[in-house]
Design a protein around this ligand. Structure first.
Ligand SMILES: Cc1ncc(COP(=O)(O)O)c(C=O)c1O
Length: 378
């Protein structure tokens, strides 16, 4: 139940990875015929990804994952550090907040946009903060802790109607492969995605860059990925990732409904069996992420109780869990510590089912009672 952190690779993707390592280990930049074979496969994988988000294959670039893609989109989009303004949301993933903090040190004015208690961007606040100096707006399609789903199309329209030169980047790591993304219907300039969140391999992801948009590289070397991300392309990872996407093409809609049903049943069960529980999501959310705050418990204690039964959940983003200076998103949005301290995230993937859901419900309920007895008895 921690699939927002990462997912188990499917057998087919794993097999493809092994097969490709054995059979397609050539360098797709080599001039000989074996290099050409590998280049063709690389192209085909790029096409699969492009088709999936209604982009052309020329607009798809491979990277090592979401973190690198976000860094490329952010640093690669800023022309002048001094005086330019960047608008972002401070409840976003560390792979956004980290680069934004670095931009600030270099003289960029970084402006957080207000959000409501569920993490939705305050559109009026955004409009008020756009100025002639705004060069880049950075948002996240699905928040990794809350599951909040932003209206990407609407946000892009508002920004572009204000000034079509403002660059827009969306982090789509938690939505790609789970919620439909159609770049032909939306004015986003760049977006990031990752393989390991959709039962693909770790260490591979990509960035979509709309045709005509210039993004500067952040590492320099050869001409691979048109110089945007130099380095020999890891064809086995790429092929394995493309295999994972082919599966999402097949099952995405059905999985959405199945996961939604699991999530709704879990919410009903939790509400019926635990008093004083808050569901931290509003009307538009990704069903893959369920964030709850339970009064008078500690989220981390519940996490460790559950791991004894091999139930793995989280208290927030895995990428910030080792940084004690970073609070979970709920504690930034909700000042009531008796709830926010008891925040946990449960996130679904294709291997979760109803039987597991029932065990999670039973165990969570039991452990919450135990923890509360200790905490309230103090
Ligand atoms: C919203 C979001 N952005 C970016 C990332 C980073 O992706 P990766 O692990 O592929 O670097 C994550 C991973 O947790 C995420 O949830």
């Amino acid at each position: 139940m921690d699939n927002a952190a990462t997912t188990k690779i499917t057998e087919k993707s794993l097999e493809k990875f092994v097969f490709s390592n054995k059979n397609h280990y050539g360098n797709s930049s080599s001039l000989h015929s074996y290099g050409y074979v590998c280049e063709k496969i690389l192209k085909e994988s790029r096409r699969i990804i492009g088709d999936f988000i209604k982009a052309s294959q020329e607009e798809v670039f491979f990277t090592s994952g979401g973190t690198e893609s976000n860094n490329i989109a952010i640093f690669g989009s800023i022309k002048e550090y001094d005086g330019s303004e960047v608008i972002y949301s401070d409840i976003d993933h560390p792979s956004i907040i980290g680069p934004v903090n670095e931009l600030r040190k270099k003289g960029v004015v970084t402006i957080p946009v207000n959000t409501d208690n569920y993490g939705y961007i305050d559109i009026d606040d955004l409009e008020g903060k756009l100025s002639s100096k705004t060069t880049l707006c950075i948002f996240t399609h699905v928040n990794s802790e809350l599951g909040t789903l932003q209206d990407m199309k609407k946000i892009c329209n508002i920004i572009k109607n204000n000034n079509s030169n403002i660059r827009i980047h969306f982090d789509c790591v938690q939505s790609f492969g789970k919620i439909n993304i159609d770049v032909s219907q939306c004015k986003v300039d760049t977006l990031s995605f990752s393989g390991h969140k959709i039962h693909g391999p770790k260490g591979i992801g990509g960035i979509y860059v709309r045709k005509g948009i210039k993004v500067k590289p952040i590492v320099f070397g050869g001409g691979q990925e048109k110089g945007l991300r130099p380095g020999t392309e890891p064809l086995p990872l790429i092929e394995s990732f493309a295999e994972a996407i082919l599966l999402r093409v097949e099952i995405m809609e059905h999985e959405y409904e199945r996961i939604l049903s699991l999530r709704n049943k879990l919410i009903t069960g939790l509400k019926n069996s635990i008093e004083d529980i808050r569901i931290n999501s509003a009307e538009k959310y990704s069903p893959y992420i369920l964030n709850v705050s339970i009064k008078d418990i500690k989220g981390e204690v519940l996490l460790h109780y559950l791991e004894r039964d091999e139930i793995f959940i989280s208290t927030g983003s895995a990428c910030s869990s080792k940084d004690e200076s970073v609070d979970n998103v709920v504690s930034k949005l909700d000042s009531d510590k008796s709830y926010s301290d008891g925040t946990v995230r449960m996130s679904f993937g294709m291997y979760n089912d109803e039987a597991e859901n029932n065990i999670v419900l039973e165990k969570v309920t039991g452990y919450v009672n135990e923890i509360r007895e200790i905490i309230r008895g103090r």
